[in-house]
Design a protein around this ligand. Sequence first.
Ligand code: PEP
Ligand code: MG
Length: 837
Amino acid sequence: MPDNNKELTLSAPLSGPVLTLAKVPDAVFASGAMGDGIAIDPINDTLYSPCAGVIIHVARSSHAVTVRADNGAEILLHLGLDTVELNGEGFAMLVKEGDRVSQSQPLLRYDLDKVGQQCKSLISLLILTNSADFHLRPITLKAVKVGEPLLHIVARNAEAANAEAVAGPEIHGQVRVAHRGGLHARPAALIRQTAQGFKSQAHLHFAGKSAPCNSLIGLMGLAVGEQDEVQVSCQGPDAEAALQALLAALATALPDDHHAAAPVCVAAPERPVEAGTLHGVCAAPGLVGGPLFRLSTISLPTDAGNNDPLEQMPALEAALNHVRCEIDGTLTQAKKQKNADEEAIFAAHLALLEDPALLDAARQSIAQGTAATHAWNQSIEAQCTVLQDTGSALLAERANDLRDLKQRVLRALLGEAWHYDVPAGAIVAAHELTPSDLLQLSAQGVAGLCMAEGGATSHVAILARGKGLPCLVALGSALLDQPQGHAVVLDADGGRLELTPNDERLAEVNQAQIDRQQRRDAQQANAHLPAETRNGVAIEVVANVASSHEAADAFANGADGVGLLRTEFLFVDRQTAPDVEEQRLAYQGVLDAMGEKSVIIRTIDVGGDKQLDYLPLPAEANPVLGLRGIRLAQARPEILDQQLRALLQIRPLQRCRILLPMVTEVGELLQIRQRVEALCLQLGIAQRPEIGVMIEVPAAALQAEQLAEHADFLSIGTNDLSQYTLAMDRDHAGLAARVDALHPALLRLIAMTCEGAAVHKRWVGVCGALASDPLATPVLIGLGVTELSVSPVQIGEIKDRVRQLHEAECQRLARDLLKLSSAAAVREACHQHWPLR
Ligand code: PEP
Ligand code: MG
C-alpha cells in the first residue's frame, strides 16, 4: 500500500517461509548483484503483485516479471532458481508488458509440482533492481501469506532527481551483442559510459535477469555472451536517444578487441611432468633468465567487528578517494602516451570503483559495525564469486581487476606503502598479479612475470604484452614453493618456467637477451647522429614536448630539435593567465634545454575540450568543431597577442619557429603573419621567425598548396587530421583502435599536403602520433615528409628505422598504399614491405 510518494510497503507476492537473500542458493542473487530484496520458498501456485504499478518486463520464458511501482521502485519477481531453463513449460503469464496492475493482482500461475520437480529450487525472489535508490527494511522474516506486509521501502534523497529520470513511458529494444567475448569489463564499461550520457534510466535484460546499465558489475553479472540477444529498456526524458545509443553500443564490437579472444600464444594447458620445469600458459611472449622473486599478499588484521561506523565510513571514503586519484593519474599518463589499452583498462577500474553494487555492500556492512578493511574485502570477494560463477572464463578473469581494487583500497586503508622492493632483472612470481602491480613492476625494470593462477586474456596479460614483459600464467601453486633468489629461465614462448637451468642454458638465454639489448643500445648510441636514408636523404627526427623538462629529456635522447612544443602546459590548471614575462621565461627554458637546436613553438591550442578556468568560452554543442586553436584568436585576440610578444622576446630568435594550430583557410594565416610582422617592427626585430601551419583539418590538407604559398613550412597533426577525416572522436574509448592515421584516406591527404608544399618548395613534417609509429616511417618518407616529430623515448628507434630505408623504394611502394581499402590493409602491406626488426 503506498504510504506516500517515497515510501511503500510491499505485500507478499507468494505464501511461504521468508528468507534473506544471503540464504538463497544462487551466487548472483545472494550477492545482491541484481539488487537488494528478499526471498520466499512458496507453497502456493500463483504469484501476485506486491504493489500497484506497471508491468515493465515479462521474461520470454514466463518465469519472471518486473513491476514498476508508482514511486519508481522496480521490482523483479523471479519464480524459482534457474527456471529460465524450463523455457516457459509449466508457467502461465497472466499479464503483459505495459499493463497496469493493482496490489495483489495475480501475475503468473505455475504448475507447482512440475516446476518444483524440474528446477533447481522453487525459492523465489523479490528484488529491487534499482535498490541503490531505496532503503529496504524487511517487515518479517517468518512465513507469510499472499498480501501480508513483507518489505518496507523508502526512496533515498536521490529520489527527486530520479523522479525526472523515470518519467514518461518506458521503451524497449532488442539487439544481438557483437562484442567479442560478450559483455566483459571493457564493453560493459562502454555500455555504462553510454548510459551515463543520458538522463533516462536504462536497464539491460537477459535470460530473465536485469541489470541497471550504470552498474558495471551488474552488467557483467548478466553473463551475456557474444551474439546473445539482449533487451534494453529506457525510461526518462531522453529515453529514445538513450535506447538508440545503447543498442548501437551493444551491436558494435569494440574494434580489434583481440584481447578478449584467444591469447596471443597459448602453451599446452595439460601439464606434462618434466623434472625441474613448471608448465603454464603464455600471456606475453619472450625468453629471459634471472633470479626468482616472490611477492607476498596483504594480510588483514584480525579485529573485524564492533567498529564505529562513524570512523570506518570516512576511512573507506578517504581510501577510495586516494585510489581514485591514483587511477586518474595513470589515466592521464596513458592518454598522454596514447596507450589505448592502458587507458581502457584503468577507465574500467575507475568505473568499478564507483560501482553501486560494491559500494552499497561495503557501506552496509560498515553500518553494521564491520571494519572498513573487512567490509571492502567481503564486498569485493562477493562480486568476484559472482563473476566466477557466471560460467564465462573471460568474466572470471575480470575478477582479477576487482582484486586489484581490493588490494589498492586495502593498502590505502592500512596505510601500507605500495612499493615492491624488487631488484631490476628479477623474474617475479606471485599467486596472481594485477594491472596496477604490473605498472609498478615494469617501472622497476623486472625481466619477467609468472603467476600460479591468472589468465592469458586478463588485463594484466594485455599490459604485459604492451610493455614487452614476458609473462606466464596458470603455473600452479608449486610456483609459490620455489626458493627466493634462485636463477630460473622464463621461456614464455614455450610455456615453461625452468627452475634449475644449468650454466650453459642460462648463458644461452642471457646471450639472446644481450643481443636484444645491444640492438637497443646501438640505436641509442647512434641517436645523436643525423638520420639519413640509405640513399642519403636527410630526415630530421625531432621531439614533441610540453615543458623544458621534457625538452631536456628529448635532447639527451638525441632529438634533432623540438618539432612541437605544446604551449598549453603553461595555461592549464591555474586560475589566472600567465603574463608575457612568465611565458617568455618558459619558452626560453625550452630553447635553452635544446643546445643549439631549433624549437617549433605552437601557439595556444585550447578551446574545444580543453577549457581554461580564466577564459570562459560559451558552452558549445560540438566543442571540437567550435572555437578552438587559432579560431580562439578571433574571440580573444589579446591571448594570442601576448603569446606572440613573449615568443618574439626569446633569444636567439633564429632558433625559434612559430606553428599555428587548427588553420582552415589562408586568411587565418595571413592575419597572424601580419600581426607577427607588426610586433617585430614594434620590438625592433629585423627578421621575423618562420611561421608554419598545422595541417590537422581536411580543409587545410586540401588547400596545402595555397597555404604553402604563405607559410614557411607545414606540419601534419595526424591526431586531429584522423579525427576530422574519419569523423571519429580521437578520445572515444570505443573507437580508439579505428582512429588509425594509416587509413588510406589520411595517406591521400598527407600525399596531397606534400605535393602542395613542393610547389612552393616548403618542407613538410609530421607531429601527430603517426610519426612515432615505426611502421609508418617508410610510408611518410615515401610520401615526401622530411621531418618526424616523435615522443622523446623513440628518437633512437625512429632514426634507426630511417637508416634502413631507401627513399626511391619508399616512394614506389607508398603510392600503392593509397589505393588500398583500409588501415588494416595498409598496416599489413607495411609489415610485408618493411618488416620491423
Ligand atoms: C595533432 O593533432 O596531431 C597534434 C599533434 O596536435 P594535438 O595532439 O596537440 O592536438
Ligand atoms: Mg591537434
